[in-house]
Design a protein around this ligand. Structure first.
Ligand SMILES: [Zn+2]
Length: 243
């Protein structure tokens, strides 16, 4: 007798496209990894490059397109959102990149600054490209190529050492507008009005539903909270769902 084969339906990637405006969520699993690629007619951006980002980019882009990635957007410093930064920077070094790379991140995100310093210490003599660390200190919109990027504050926290509470960490969502279409990505956050405001009427909202169940969580959103925000957009994906 043959053993019945298990069938797996892959949950990722999630892909959305309107004309040249394209986004692919390679992965968004709490404590494992996030990884998002956003492209337009002339731009390649990466959002939250968690572990495995090179492997995932390599499935969609060719090597020269990976070299065209000009900007990285970080929502917060948790390892499942920044774990791939080191290998990405090293890859660009090995591939002899010359073009500048911008890394946008929330003010106070020590993880990005530490990775950058350690990276420079190791590869100082081999890096041929400039890395611009762009600390985001306000919600002022940024224009990169044909895309306007609006950072907005969200409310993400982590448990404290004693396990009896939590503290807020620097965390952002980003709203990307290209040719009149908008994609709103909230990053990791508890339910917050600023996300409600930015997600509303977006062409696509990418909303985390990271709470373990429907009980109130100060770290993540419940499925009910996340769906409610998602439904205020034209289309939405729920991501970061615990497995
Ligand atoms: Zn997080």
């Amino acid at each position: 007798m043959t053993k019945r084969q298990k069938k797996y339906t892959p949950k990722y990637p999630l892909v959305w496209q309107k004309d040249d405006f394209f986004i692919e969520i390679f992965c968004s699993i709490p404590n494992i990894a996030t990884g998002i690629l956003l492209t337009t007619d002339d731009s390649y951006f990466v959002i939250d490059p968690g572990d495995g980002i090179l492997r995932d980019l390599n499935k969609t882009l060719n090597a020269s397109e990976i070299m065209d990635i000009s900007d990285i957007f970080i929502t917060h410093g948790h390892h499942d959102h920044v774990g791939g930064v080191w290998s990405f920077l090293t890859y660009l070094t090995v591939m002899r990149r010359k073009k500048t790379l911008n890394i946008y991140y929330p003010e106070g995100c020590v993880e990005i600054e530490s990775i950058y310093r350690a990276f420079y210490e190791v590869y100082e003599h081999e890096v041929n490209y400039k890395i611009n660390l762009k600390k985001i200190t306000s919600e002022r919109a940024i224009r990169r190529k044909n895309v306007v990027i609006k950072p907005f504050k969200v409310n993400h926290r982590e448990p404290n050492d004693t396990g009896d509470g939590s503290f807020e960490i620097p965390s952002l969502g980003y709203k990307f507008t290209y040719q009149g279409k908008t994609i709103c990505y909230g990053g990791d956050t508890a339910y917050c009005e600023n996300l409600v405001k930015h997600a509303k009427d977006s062409d696509l909202a990418i909303i985390e539903a990271g709470a373990e169940d429907e009980s109130q969580s100060e770290l993540h959103m419940t499925m009910g909270q996340a769906s409610k925000i998602g439904e205020s957009a034209k289309e939405y994906f729920l991501v970061h769902v615990p497995e």
